[in-house]
Design a protein around this ligand. Sequence first.
Ligand code: HEM
Length: 510
Amino acid sequence: MGSLVQILLALLISVLGALYLLGSFRRRRAGEPPLDKGPIPWLGHVLEFRKDTAKFLQRMKEKHGDIFTVQLGGFYFTFITDPLSFGSVVKEARAKLDFSKFAEQLVARVFGYSSMESEHKVLQATSTKHLMGDGLVVMTQAMMSNLQNLMLHSIGSGNEKTWQEAGLFSYSYNIVFRAGYLALFGNESVKGTESSEKAKQIDREESEELFGEFRKYDQLFPNLAYGVLGPGEKMEAERLKKLFWNTLSVQKMRSKENISGWVHEQQQLRADKGMHEFMQDRFMFLLLWASQGNTGPAAFWLLLYLMKHPEAMTAVKKEVEKILQENGQEAKPNGPLIDLTRDMLLKTPVLDSAVEETLRLTAAPVLTRAVLQDMSISMSNGQDYKIREGDRVAIFPYIAVHVDPEVHPDPFTFKYDRFLNPDGSKKTDFYKGGKKLKYYTMPWGAGTTMCPGRFFAVNELKQFVFLMLSYFDFDLKNPNEEIPDIDIRRWGFGSMQPTRDIQFRYRLKF
Ligand code: HEM
């Protein structure tokens, strides 16, 4: 009997604890002092937040306006939904609003990686050097040759001139992941194989296998990040982590060719700082995740929107043909393969607009900062809000700006030329309340943590589309099939994924 009482007591305590941890919601008023941890929160709000973050935050924005506070996982999160006020978060000094605390906890849980001192500085410096400017020229070339290997290796053999059927999501994610992985983490060494053809074949096979495993981890990711995996899933996540640490290990890397400066330098700098090799291996998985988890899903949405909007497809095709012609290139039987350089990809305003529109609709990160000292946030309407040390500040640009009809009219419709001026130049003038917005889309985040791979990512997407349009005939199996919904479990994690795949058919033109 005593033990039954103990069990009931334990149950009661854990339920109360869970309620407390799950959190609550409160409206903020200007000048209001920071919130005290109050009584047991109202569970309904929090379950709603976890179930469909976007829907919940949209509802709260409509009800409470530009700023409100949610208690979640033991922290108070103050959400800012007025894009005119984003600057006060994004530009705030790190001494007050810091991202690294939050990021470090997440990468420790999800990737088993313990961050080193100056982690972020090193990441930013190597990324600026190797993923932008001249570094981007090299990366674009590497991406090109790997895309050619994966997409065009059977060209001219006649084998692939027949129609193939596949899921568009699986296909796009697969190709873009594998080519990006090979471009960054290197190729099979030709020296160690019989020929360059053999080395390329090994690249195709190994990257295919790696993608299969990556997708398993990818599917576990949202629950892993929230720390709510079931016991079986936990074991599977552990198995996958070890597999990636091993496959991407520093030791295995030593036998590779063409490892990107981005990966090589990050590894070297960590080795120089005395980081254990096993921890460097873990970091490699983090780099794989950051670089490959978003671009493949974005490639899917981009191709799908183009296929569902013939006027967009026609405009992009016209631009692709023009660029190739201007550079004396043509996709033709037995001709040299198309070779897109970084400079060619700088002259594609129509495709750029289509990419930006795709990301507006399907990239939905949450930006989170830890509050390091008591401070105030100044809103664009002149009001100040006190924020307490230890709390969190968050921005969810998807609801705050991406789908705000005042900023982007008819926000759920794909308009390939939304980011084009009538004269064909890039449009950057978007308004809210009559004021020009600096932050009118934020698929890459903003401020110090803004995605350092964004230029490379856009180039990857454009190279993929160029090759699809130049070398393949393709269409949807059922052209009337609706665009699938967004999988709401991934709100906040970057590129969104569809709730289901959509079948398409494709074949090489020659
Ligand atoms: C469509 C593709 C991509 C999207 C939508 C995307 C989006 C993002 C977002 C939202 C963040 C976090 C920003 C923040 O917390 O404020 C981020 C961080 C990051 N991304 Fe990307 N990304 C993409 C592709 C890439 C690629 C291709 C690479 C590398 C080759 C990359 C490397 C990184 C790294 C290293 C970070 C961490 C930056 C830091 O902590 O300072 N991303 N990305």
